[in-house]
Design a protein around this ligand. Sequence first.
Ligand SMILES: [Mg+2]
Length: 335
Amino acid sequence: MTVDRDDRVLGCLLGGAIGDALGAGIEFMSWPEIESTFGPEGVSDFTPWYGHEAPITDDTQMTLFTAEGLAEAAANDTDPVEEVWAAYRRWYHTQGGDLPEGVNPLFGLLAVPELLERRGPGTTCMGSMRDGVPGTTDEPLNGSKGCGGIMRVAPVGLAAKSDEGAYRLGCATAALTHGHASGWISAGAMAVMVRRLLEDEGLWEAVDAGRAVAAADPADFEVVDAIDAAIALAGQAPLRGTDLESLGKRWPGGPGEEALAIAVAAVLAEPDPNEALLLAVNHGGDSDSTGAIAGNLVGAHHGASALRPDWRERVELADVITEMAGRLAAVGGNQ
Ligand SMILES: [Mg+2]
């Protein structure tokens, strides 16, 4: 059955938020801690955290700002990387930084009071925005390959009109804050996967397309290996969340290539989109980010209609996310 394009765009953003929220309460818990708190299957629903019953975290907050930057670029016919950078400066203001000069304090997402809350923002994102200088792939800001570049990149795949455009823009927006090649190549590959899913390709084909662009980049020395490990692991399905920990090291999913690998393995191994989200968070790693990335992928593939209705309704800021998806869907693939 063909899924409506607008439903895929909404599914990508809403699925990401749901995965983020499912992992929010266990982001910093080891598997033994999760197991002793929630039982042998781990979490099976949202866990109250940050004072909300289904809380999004910095992953979804920054994804919304990525989307807003891309929508602004389309509306004003301006440079998408510059617009995304401007959007991240507005995001940084929501986290306590100065209001960028000339910006209306109630512009766009700044008018959403819930976004002013801190939900575990990454130290690299915060540090790079504090310094106020955008990084590029040619002039990296730092040596960070944290997953802060990839966990916010899905809107790029929704707005791109070609694989090349998705890869270039995905890498460029991640490199604004993350200087290590694996921090931005993982984001570029993810953007291509999302774009292919929007084009009605299957999950395995989309993953292959993301792998191919990473393999063609001479700067890569480990993202392709991480994707290959994920594909191999998915071939051993069914998997448990703890199986996914083998795709990471100290804190599985913390680095960009590991977060991508864990999300890819989860969505390839588990055909049910809602079960895939639970699989993607029930491990001792960076659960909210791996859940968010997995959610972007399954949502873009299956559409929002395939996500659990009660999750779609209960997840925090569902209305704001739905409105932003509508803006991006209206833009179409023009970048
Ligand atoms: Mg987070």
